[in-house]
Design a protein around this ligand. Structure first.
Ligand code: BES
Ligand code: MN
Ligand code: ZN
Length: 496
């Protein structure tokens, strides 16, 4: 969707020409075009446009007017006065995409401003923002344009007098953002159209096109391996469970990172049934699984060479069928630990425990990151802005916090003292699957901690950020695609 254009604004005759301007301390904002600046001056004098972040000015120049490009629409977008950052450009890219789609423009030319900043950061931010901001999920809309606005944006070209050395930034931004959009697609699909089998199918497809290795453990195999968590959670469902494993190997000398994503394709709560209000949102309970698969796609597409990766997605529904787990049942997780299932709605940790224990035993990773819509409690604590981060390793945390910050997906570390684990003691088994209500995000992580041993491990609780994420120009209403870009940047920034 993105490219650099050799054609400058003077010779551009397309749908939409976009300029970016800073808000000056005083006076009227200036673009790269003198004639456009005359118009900005007039509008500025009226008090209608000052170049504030998010402000825009759209006009339709007369054809052949001296000094103006021969283009249908010209838009000037404000960048404000704040420090220039990748996030600022990402937001600008998001605004440009949605404004373009509100008009009927299907392609645009964006003239890069001449600013004192890291050009690669600017290009990558704009690239991500344009792709993320142009995202719409229209698969189930029978009419092309039901709201009377919004065509799909087909292509955006960037223009700079000198674009040497930033082609890679454009491409990497696009790869990461497209992978995040793909995770949004998976999440937007209704549960009946995104089942464990769909996860497997996509993983096989990824493996085929990127030369990765894909292994699917089916129900019989998981039963044999003793994965009582995922088998138990699946008992009430008519869809068989799947454990999807993707391996991306670069070189034996590089460290291995294991990614585990919760792929609960629908969480009704099971016998501990959830209230019906809002239950439809539980089709999003697979966002962790989508995030790790899509991060694998981005890493493979960008051909990153710093880490070997293994991604595991335990996938199942959690439904109250006649064979469903019952509160009080005892299951045996992979590796032999027994768990008293006090609440069947605390199912995510049961499937993750099998995946973590199995992945660590089989692949002996140097570090593990799991991503899961695990608890309502993390939303009480952190709201919809920061992802909860819980870990047994400070360095891994520092790297994740940095990657999240760079990606506009901030994390916040919560404590994980051994004290919290006391809540998980069971009278009859090694553990029970829920603690008290208080500190629920922490006790959930404390449960997972029992299955990772000494391996450096971090857990991302994305229940608050996987959808209804902070409102921004490049974040749509539904699923956000959270964690895809954070994981991608984590791998990209890796230094031993
Ligand atoms: N998938 C839910 C967590 C969730 C809730 C995510 C709301 C997003 C929004 C998880 O499986 C769950 O049901 N957790 C329970 C745990 C409880 C029973 C200890 C919860 O948070 O209520
Ligand atoms: Mn649940
Ligand atoms: Zn769940």
């Amino acid at each position: 969707m993105l490219k650099f254009s050799k054609i400058g604004p003077k010779n551009y005759a397309g749908d939409l020409l976009v300029y970016l301007v800073r808000q000056p301390g005083k006076g009227s904002p200036r673009s790269a075009c003198g004639t456009v600046d005359e118009i900005i001056r007039r509008v500025h004098a009226l008090g209608d446009f000052s170049g504030k972040e998010g402000e825009h000015l759209l006009f339709y120049p007369e054809k052949g007017r001296h000094g103006l490009p021969d283009v249908e629409r010209i838009m000037v977008v404000g960048l404000g006065q704040e420090e220039l950052s990748r996030e600022l450009f990402r937001k600008a890219g998001g605004s440009i995409a949605s404004l373009a789609m509100k008009s009927k423009a299907q392609e645009l030319l964006l003239v890069l401003p001449d600013l004192v900043c890291d050009m690669a950061e600017m290009v990558e931010g704009l690239s991500e923002g344009l792709v993320l901001g142009a995202y719409r999920f229209r698969r189930y809309k029978s009419k092309k344009d039901p709201e009377g606005s919004g065509e799909m944006l087909q292509q955006a070209a960037l223009y700079a007098a000198d674009s040497r050395g930033v082609g890679k930034a454009l491409l990497l931004g696009e790869i990461a953002a497209q992978a995040a959009c793909l995770a949004r697609d998976m999440a937007n699909e209704p549960a009946s159209h995104w089942t464990p089998a769909h996860f497997s199918e996509y993983a096989r497809h990824l493996a085929a096109i990127h030369g990765m290795r894909c292994t699917i453990l089916d129900q019989a195999r998981m039963q044999k391996l003793g994965m009582g968590g995922i088998i138990g959670v699946n008992q009430g469902s008519a869809q068989p469970p799947e454990m999807i494993i993707l391996e991306y190997a670069v070189k034996p000398s590089a460290p291995t990172l294991l990614l585990v994503g919760k792929g609960l394709t629908f969480d009704s709560g099971g016998i501990s049934l959830k209230p019906s209000a809002g239950m439809e949102e539980m089709k999003y309970d697979m966002c962790g699984g989508a995030a790790v698969l899509c991060a694998m796609q981005a890493v493979a597409q960008a051909k990153l060479k710093r880490l070997n990766l293994v991604a595991i997605v335990p996938a199942t529904e959690n439904l109250p069928g006649p064979a469903a787990l019952k509160p009080g049942d005892v299951i045996i997780q992979y590796g032999g630990k027994t768990v008293e299932v006090v609440n069947t709605d605390a199912e995510g940790r049961l499937i993750l425990a099998d995946a973590l224990a199995y992945g660590i035993k089989k692949y002996k990773p140097d570090m593990v990151i799991d991503v899961a819509t695990l608890t309502g409690a993390v939303i009480i604590g952190l709201g919809h802005h920061r992802t909860g981060l819980l870990a047994n390793d400070d360095e891994l945390c520092a790297r994740l916090l940095a990657a999240g910050e760079r990606s506009g997906e901030p994390l916040w570390r919560l404590p994980l003292d051994q004290e919290y684990s006391k809540q998980l003691r069971s009278e009859i088994a090694d553990l029970k699957n829920v603690g008290k209500k208080d500190g629920g995000a922490i006790t959930a992580a404390a449960f997972l901690k029992e299955f990772v041993g000494e391996t450096p491990w971090a857990h991302l609780d994305i229940a608050g950020t996987a959808w209804d994420f902070t409102e921004k120009s490049y974040i749509p209403k539904g699923p956000s695609g959270i964690a895809v870009r954070t994981l991608f940047n984590f791998v990209r920034n890796w230094k031993g």
